[in-house]
Structures are given as C-alpha cells and as structure tokens.
Design a protein around this ligand. Structure first.
Ligand SMILES: *[C@@H]1O[C@H](CO)[C@@H](O)[C@H](O)[C@H]1NC(C)=O
Length: 202
C-alpha cells in the first residue's frame, strides 16, 4: 500500500516535470509576427466583462484596430477602436460617440515581448498523434511600467495562443483564434470621422 502511494506521488512529479520542461534552446524569446489579423476572446476579472473582438495588429507602428463587443452581465456594447501611436480612438457603434484618449501606459504587445522570459514548452492535445496537438511555448515577464504578463505562443512560428495581463485587482485573459499573418487593408488604421471631428474640435 505504501508502495502504491509512493508510485502515485512519483507519477505526479513526472507529469509536472514534463509539462514545464525547460529547454536550453528556449532561453531566447522567439519572434512573433509583427502584422496579423485574427479573432480574440477576452475575459477581464477586474471589470467582470467578456469581449469578442476582431483584431488587425501592426506592431511596427504600433497600431491596432479592434472591432469588439463587450458584455457585462446582460448588457452588450459595440465599439470600434483604433490605437495609433499610443492614442486610443474609441467609437461606440450604437451612439456614434467617440472618445479620444492619450494612453499613458507603454504599448502592450500581443505577441512575445523581446525581453520576455521563457518558462518552457508544452503540448495542447494528444502528443504524438499528427493533427491532434499543437506545441506551445510558455513565457512571462513585465511591461516597462511593471505590469506583469504571461502567455503561450505556437512552436515554432511564435503565433499568439493566449495571454494574461495582471492588474492591481484583476486579470485580463486573451485567447487568440484564426490568425492570418499579414494585413489585407492598411486603411483600417484611419480613425473614424466622428473621432477626427472630436480631435479638431477640442
Ligand atoms: C466616453 O467617455 C464618457 C465619460 O467618461 C463615457 O461615459 C462614455 O461611455 C465614453 N464613450 C466611449 C465610446 O468610450
């Protein structure tokens, strides 16, 4: 019976060791694509909200277009947001009201930040059966303002799978789907006319 318990403990240790197998090759961060389009699903424990979003992402500028619906309880709001050179142009699609806000925080990458730490490699799905798994790399780190993050990207192409960002009193967790590398239409980064009027009028 003691032997039985011991071997049970041993297999638990083995499982956790293989889940976070630290690979010497992974000490350097991989480089995620700088331009892509995709879908993002976000849960935010601070605002108790859920978000479904379409994202066009350009880390080079940086600039991001997010068409999102945000649900808090039964209420759903629809926004069309452009982040351009650290200014947020947020248009409420129901009211057509636009708020223009200069962001004080540094840009937060959806892909792996260059100074991220690598935690290890893991398999989602069944290891060893083609088409039934995806290999991911786990990373974590801090943005320049000290905000902590962690995430997963695919191996070896470094495509975002999920990302979590900690706030003072919560966690925002993004899951990424259906990513296509490249940007079909760079015109999507032009803020809506409601936002341009707002800028010149204030
Ligand atoms: C703009 O800001 C006001 C005041 O903070 C807020 O009530 C409104 O919901 C905001 N609108 C958008 C589109 O974010």
């Amino acid at each position: 019976m003691l032997l039985c318990r011991l071997s049970g403990m041993f297999s638990v240790v083995l499982i956790s060791a293989s889940l976070y197998r630290v690979d010497a090759q992974l000490s350097k961060p991989c480089e995620s694509p700088k331009q892509w389009e995709g879908n993002v699903y976000t849960v935010d424990t601070k605002t108790n909200s859920m978000r479904r979003a379409r994202v066009v992402y350009d880390e080079n500028a940086p600039r991001v277009r997010i068409t999102e619906d945000i649900s808090i309880g039964n209420q759903v709001d629809f926004y069309d947001v452009v982040y351009l050179h650290n200014v947020e142009y947020r248009l409420n699609l129901k009211t057509r009201q636009c708020n223009v806000t200069a962001l004080t925080r540094p840009f937060r990458q959806f892909g792996v930040p260059q100074d991220a730490n690598f935690i290890g490699k893991a398999t989602i799905g069944i290891a060893g059966i083609p088409g039934e798994n995806v290999v991911i790399e786990n990373y974590n780190g801090q943005f320049r303002d000290g905000t902590k993050y962690f995430g997963d990207v695919t191996y070896p192409d470094c495509i975002p799978v999920s990302r979590g960002v900690y706030y003072e009193s919560g966690l925002s967790l993004d899951r990424f789907y259906d990513i296509n590398v490249g940007i079909a239409d760079p015109m999507v980064f032009i803020p809506h006319k409601e936002c341009a009027e707002k800028l010149s009028g204030s």
